[in-house]
Unconditional design. Structure first.
Length: 619
């Protein structure tokens, strides 16, 4: 029997929805991975090739008569009663509901190959934004249907000639996908393959929890997360880490169910919320999802990536918040569907949504901000104590040096008076005093309190400046030793109340120290026309400050910059940072030289090279 594939939807609607339904390729992948999850797959393979993005799973696949024909009924709800809530094999709570997720791939490609195998039944067709008046789709002959990784049943979605700008690094894909799928585990794995490398995606919480300063967990299913938490100050652990064995409840809303009856719906919230120790270096690429977010999942599927703008008050401490909360009431089959068609938000007027936001704001968000304040106060206490001890030690050393200075100067003057026939001892006295001034350690004391490095850049070049800054932090340079006005860590900002030019003048011109600040110039065609970078170039030239040049997108440095030594060159575009192998090595050499000049022992060559390879495209 010759198979025919007829899509049950208006071609005009298909063309309209396909390219505009999703705003980010990772939301598209979330839909396709969710379909694999609902198909009882144990493994999903995301394979990125030069001319295609492939999502392949080892689920039950689709038979021609039952599965494929149902698949082509677009926008037909997949869950209409409680009997439809669970998958057939593993009894998972189904993620899909609307029946439009299959269109997600059309946001990436105009032509999508759909190939599926269920036992001995094999089918294949081309899903396209343009469909003939007969609604018939192009079929794929059985002989041309192939799977990259799956041997038995399963489904393969091939998005040809993808129209999205795609990351070139495996680490970027892993980083973004892990934020969207907390159901990853031993019975459901996501495999990534790109550029000859492969990796299994780990859960986001496993990687991020050890980096938090505070943590609240809700529900027994999330008790294990607390074990990953590493309190930076064990004496206040009970104040910065809390676990609620039961889900957060307390609100029941009344609303009309799908049958038109007034029913009660209880809002239960599970999951976790915390705050980072620092946000420095977290967002690696302009297209990355931010690490500062609070997501809502229902039935394990992402429904809203970040609700902080809706519940926050724009406080600085809110920029440290991260969390993943689960509210399955949002996907209760008995009630109307409240999720947006593209799974990028919920209907904000739904009473369940309003009630949940109120609970989250009062019971979780406000509490975690207060806990962050406790952590910050403890951190400040430790820093103040360390500064106090250092001041005491410096004072004792200064007293010792002052006594030695007084004794040596007195002895020197006495000796000169006794042996000299002249009555004018003023010049001799000044010379003796100057000879012994280093004993007081004045220069060293001044230098110790001074910032050591400035990253000069224009705001448009932040992506590479961030990369440079994070590489320095990786190698052990302290954030407090760097002036970088665009840093995510406030330790490197200009102090509150200081104008940037006044503050920089202290280092370039007015400092009593003879140690010149190191300047890293990130230059481009854009920065050469910006006032602040131009002023910094002039100041560095006048004061003969040590500086190094990092030129972007073919820009050629010119006087008064010292362009005699080889400068580092790279290109930055929407795909990320690109550099040759030679410039990758040159970057490592320059970073190590910078560390040496600051008295910092850098990471070994292999660690630096690995970081550069993970965050830039080499070749």
């Amino acid at each position: 029997m010759e198979k025919e594939y007829r899509i049950d939807i208006s071609p005009e609607i298909l063309e309209l929805l396909g390219p505009s339904l999703y705003t980010n390729i990772y939301y598209v992948l979330a839909e396709l991975i969710a379909n694999a999850y609902d198909a009882d797959a144990r493994n999903v393979y995301i394979i990125v090739e030069d001319d295609a993005v492939i999502v392949e799973d080892d689920g039950v696949g689709m038979s021609y008569e039952d599965g494929v024909k149902k698949y082509l009924q677009v926008a037909k709800p997949t869950r209409t009663c409680s009997d439809d809530d669970l998958t057939s094999r593993f009894k998972r709570r189904k993620m899909g509901r609307k029946g439009v997720g299959k269109l997600a791939a059309l946001s990436v490609s105009e032509r999508v190959l759909v190939m599926t195998r269920s036992d001995a039944d094999i089918s294949g067709f081309v899903l396209s934004r343009t469909v003939s008046p007969s609604h018939m789709l192009e079929s794929i002959p059985d002989s041309e249907i192939e799977f990259r990784r799956v041997k038995g049943s399963g489904t393969s979605i091939v998005m040809t000639s993808p129209e999205y700008s795609l990351h070139k690094t495996l680490e970027a894909w892993r980083r973004n996908i892990s934020r969207m799928f907390p159901v990853i585990g031993d019975d459901f794995r996501i495999h990534l393959e790109i550029g000859g490398r492969s990796e299994v995606v780990d859960t986001f919480d496993r990687n991020v929890i050890p980096q938090l300063s505070t943590l609240i967990t809700c529900g027994d299913d999330y008790a294990h997360i607390e074990k990953l938490f590493d309190p930076k100050y064990p004496d206040i652990k009970d104040k910065v880490c809390r676990h609620f064995s039961n889900e957060i409840t307390g609100t029941t809303v009344e609303m009309i169910d799908r049958c038109g009856k007034l029913q009660k719906c209880e809002i239960k919230i599970n999951g976790w919320i915390g705050t980072y120790v620092t946000t420095t270096g977290r967002k690696k690429h302009i297209d990355d999802f931010p690490d500062n977010y609070l997501s809502i999942f229902a039935n394990g599927k992402l429904g809203a990536f970040n609700i902080i703008p809706e519940i926050g008050r724009n406080r600085m401490s809110e920029s440290y918040v991260v969390g993943q909360l689960h509210i399955d009431a949002f996907e209760d089959t008995a009630f109307p569907d409240m999720a947006m068609s593209n799974r990028q938000g919920y209907k904000t007027g739904d009473p369940r949504y309003k009630a949940a936001l109120e609970i989250i704001r009062e019971e979780l968000f406000t509490k975690i901000i207060n806990m962050r304040d406790i952590y910050t106060a403890r951190k400040k206490q430790e820093k103040d104590l360390a500064n106090h001890e250092k001041r005491k030690a410096d004072e004792n050393k200064l007293k010792e040096k002052a006594a030695e200075f007084s004794e040596k100067v007195s002895r020197g003057i006495t000796e000169r008076i006794s042996s000299s026939k002249s009555s004018d001892f003023s010049q001799e006295t000044k010379r003796i005093v100057n000879e012994n001034l280093p004993l007081l350690g004045l220069k060293k004391t001044v230098d110790a309190g001074k910032r050591k490095l400035l990253i000069s850049h224009a705001g448009v070049d932040k992506e590479f400046a961030d990369f440079l800054y994070n590489l320095l932090i990786l190698c052990g340079v302290q954030a407090s030793d760097i002036i970088y006005t665009n840093a995510d860590d406030e330790e490197s900002w200009i102090p509150e109340g200081n104008g940037i030019f006044d503050y920089l003048r202290e280092f370039f011109v007015e400092s009593a120290s003879t140690e010149m600040i190191n300047v890293l110039f990130v230059i481009s065609a854009e920065s050469s026309s910006r006032w602040a970078p131009v002023c910094e170039v002039g100041a560095a030239w006048v004061t003969k400050s040590s500086h190094r040049i990092f030129a972007l997108n073919g820009h050629h440095p010119s006087d008064p910059l010292d362009n005699r030594p080889e400068w580092h060159s790279c290109n930055v575009d929407e795909d990320g940072i690109h550099m040759s192998q030679h410039n990758a090595i040159l970057l490592r050499i320059k970073i190590k030289a910078i560390c040496d000049s600051l008295g910092v022992t850098p990471k070994d060559d292999a660690s630096i090279d690995a970081y550069i390879a993970d965050h830039a495209i080499i070749g």
